[in-house]
Design a protein. Sequence first.
Length: 96
Amino acid sequence: RVVMGNVSHLKFEGHAKHPGDMCIKSGYVRGDDHFVVKVASGWPNNNTNTQGAISNSQGCMLVFSQTTGELQAVLADGGELTDIRTSAAACVCARA
């Protein structure tokens, strides 16, 4: 019933002081009205950023219509939803 796309992963190593990575995940529930694409990034040195401390976890979710493909919402959460999703996934794995 749930369909997941392949995960896309990029590593950014060009700046020795600012390494990071980015993942794109997508999925939908068959028969539902929407599908979601999640973009999440991690920059472990953000807490020492000279522009002020920002979260090392950043992300957004794009919500699209399954019937038209139209973008219906952008959830730019500064990484909060990504952190919750990661914690939930860890709990599911721990129970398995």
